[in-house]
Design a protein around this ligand. Structure first.
Ligand SMILES: [Zn+2]
Length: 630
């Protein structure tokens, strides 16, 4: 795709969790609770009209109408502040300091006073209905590939609760993540290809890690991406957790928008106008009374209805692929789900299908007065849900006449996105009066500047030199989730290369083989290395032990060695093994003398399967051969 021609423009917001001692507005530890939760409580959100911004607040109300939010919590990772039962404590100064450090590393201009604002959040992920956010600096720049990219601002925010599930009218969140300090870095919309977006996000991520004060691991850094093309609305994509996916995300989104513009052109050619698209909904339940389609039949049995609407001029377009796995019909379905709470829709471009037959489709078209160029959409559910859903479908069809509608979307696993809600207006912020501002003095700036961490390339060079690593390995370990563990283990006299390879390449290849490496904690890796150091096992067995521990998280390294039969052989056993092998091959020894060492070492080490140290075998074998030839 010619990204220049389509006028692709991308801006990124990076959210990185900070490795502080406490959460941003209370003293709870900034950690997720892996052991589940102790209690739940529920809330119903009642957002005030004025807090919802300008665009389509009615839709947001509709979304929240009657929804119950359940929060799962425990006493260790959350307190009354997260529950919104107690006012927040003063803002954590450490978080502000880390943000200030990043700002100065990227040449931003710090504000005089860090003021806490409330940003309305309507999805229930914050118990108070708002997220606290504070701008720390404005502007700034980074260099990537010889080009300068500008930052708009750096802010400190509280992370939201994490969504566990969504089921009909109930959304469940876990409270542990709420209040973990985040740094939010917003770039100017200056990227024009998916590769540039990826490179800039990667660069910002590595500068953040260079502060040495950020949390690592899956979910600790998330990207929101704004994508637009010429003549289209701005699309905000939330929650890309995987940097590797960012490129695909932007590629797919560009493709989706280009196809939407093509559809817009086609609709114009067909002479379709907004006035042609009317929400004239027809109850077609009777027509499907004896259908083979279980989805329709089940809805009817529950007392629901089947409703249909005609989309003039949309034949062939509802089924048109926008990008991989997404059609215009999928977009309409997202809107129907959002506004109507239905599970999905059917459109004539995908029918006959789903056990809906050709004669049924013919009859449907006839009843709806659909001509060859028209499409018909049907939905089966409670009557009121059907109606809201189909009105949303018609609204989305009208939007298709103007190309790319501005909206907020969420990233899917495969790099595609789905509609989540209309884009809220910009005026959603209001001051938080419960928290005092923090001053940033000229002295504080001077002190931070004096002690600024190395930029990533300097740190890379130093790491390479200090540990005698090649550049690839040094880059990998600096980017990895285990850099701290690496530094810790290196102190314990292991070869830095061995540790770096284990913590990066070995773990990566294990992950590729489907090993659940996320189950490995620092303790099991540390324990495995100490057993090697103690001589309980040899370093060659480390990948086997870690694989076993990842698959059996309840076992410890000592148990793993026993379970895998990797305990070292006793000195006596090694001696017997060496002597028996030498005896078996006495003729070879007599024939080749000391030159038999090589082949015999191989045989013995093979039989010992990592349970004997090569040095020890070497010494014993040498003595044993000498005894024969001398
Ligand atoms: Zn707390």
């Amino acid at each position: 795709m010619d990204y220049k021609k389509i006028g692709l423009t991308v801006g990124i917001e990076i959210h990185q969790e900070l490795a502080t001692e406490t959460k941003l507005f209370c003293n709870c530890p900034p950690e997720l609770n892996k052991d589940g939760y102790e209690f739940t409580f529920s809330r119903k959100l009642r957002p005030a009209q004025s807090e919802l911004g300008e665009i389509d607040p009615a839709a947001l109300f509709e979304f929240l109408k009657g929804k119950t939010i359940i929060y799962q919590a425990d006493h260790r990772t959350s307190c009354l502040v997260e529950m919104d039962e107690e006012p927040p404590s003063p803002m954590d100064k450490e978080a502000v300091d880390i943000a200030l450090t990043f700002s100065l590393m990227t040449k931003g201009a710090p504000v005089d006073e860090v003021q806490v604002m409330r940003k309305t959040v309507v999805d229930g992920s914050n118990t108070g209905g708002f997220q606290r956010t504070s701008v720390v600096s404005l502007g700034g720049e980074i260099e990537v590939g010889g080009k300068t990219y500008h930052l708009e601002q750096v802010a400190v925010e509280e992370d939201a609760a994490r969504k566990i599930s969504e089921d009909g009218d109930t959304i469940t969140y876990r409270l542990d993540r709420l209040g973990i300090p985040l740094i939010e870095v917003t770039t100017a919309p200056e990227m024009h290809t998916p590769q540039e977006a990826y490179d800039v996000a990667r660069r910002i991520g590595s500068i953040l890690r260079a502060t040495g004060k950020v949390r690592r691991g899956i979910g600790t850094i998330r990207q929101d991406v704004n994508v637009s093309i010429m003549n289209g609305g701005i699309i905000e994509i939330k929650g890309a957790q995987d940097l590797g996916m960012l490129k695909t995300l932007v590629e797919f989104e560009a493709q989706r928008q280009v196809t939407l513009v093509e559809i817009q052109g086609e609709l114009k050619t067909r002479g379709v106008e907004a006035s042609d698209l009317k929400p004239d909904l027809v109850d077609v339940s009777e027509m499907f009374a004896k259908t083979e389609s279980k989805i329709l039949l089940n809805a009817l049995k529950r007392g629901g209805k089947v409703y249909a609407v005609k989309l003039k001029g949309f034949n062939g377009l509802t089924g048109k692929e926008l990008c991989q796995n997404r059609r215009l019909g999928t977009e309409m379905s997202d809107h129907a789900k959002f506004k109507g709470g239905v599970r999905g829709i059917f459109h004539t471009d995908e029918l006959p299908g789903y056990k809906i037959t050709q004669p049924e489709v013919d009859k449907l078209r006839k009843t709806m007065g659909a001509e060859a160029g028209d499409a018909v959409v049907i939905v089966a559910d409670d009557e009121s849900k059907c109606k809201s859903a189909l009105i949303a479908v018609v609204d989305r069809a009208v939007q298709a006449l103007s190309g790319v509608p501005a909206e907020t979307r969420s990233a899917n696993q495969d790099g595609t996105t789905r509609f989540t809600r209309p884009r809220p207006g910009a005026a959603r912020m209001y001051p938080e009066t419960d928290v005092r501002p923090i001053q940033i003095s000229a002295d504080a700036i001077a002190m931070t500047l004096k002690d600024l961490p190395d930029m990533p390339e300097v740190k890379l060079e130093k790491t390479q030199k200090k540990f005698n690593l090649n550049s690839k390995l040094a880059t990998q370990i600096l980017d990895s989730d285990h850099y701290d563990l690496f530094e810790e283990l290196v102190v314990e006299e292991f070869s830095p290369t061995l540790i770096a390879v284990t913590l990066t390449e070995d773990l990566t290849s294990m992950r590729r083989d489907g090993v659940p490496v996320e189950n490995l904690n620092a303790e099991s890796i540390r324990g495995t290395f100490s057993l090697v150091k103690l001589g309980t096992t040899v370093k060659e067995t480390i990948p086997d032990i870690l694989t076993y521990l990842a698959k059996n998280p309840s076992r410890n390294p000592t148990m793993a060695i026993r379970d895998l039969g990797l305990e070292m052989m006793s000195d006596e056993d090694v001696k017997q093994l060496v002597e028996s092998v030498v005896k078996e091959r006495e003729s070879l020894v007599k024939e080749r003398g000391m030159k038999a060492m090589g082949p015999l070492m191989g045989v013995i080490m093979g039989k010992a399967r990592g349970r004997a140290s090569p040095q020890k075998v070497n010494k014993l074998l040498n003595a044993s051969i000498r005894a024969i030839i001398e």
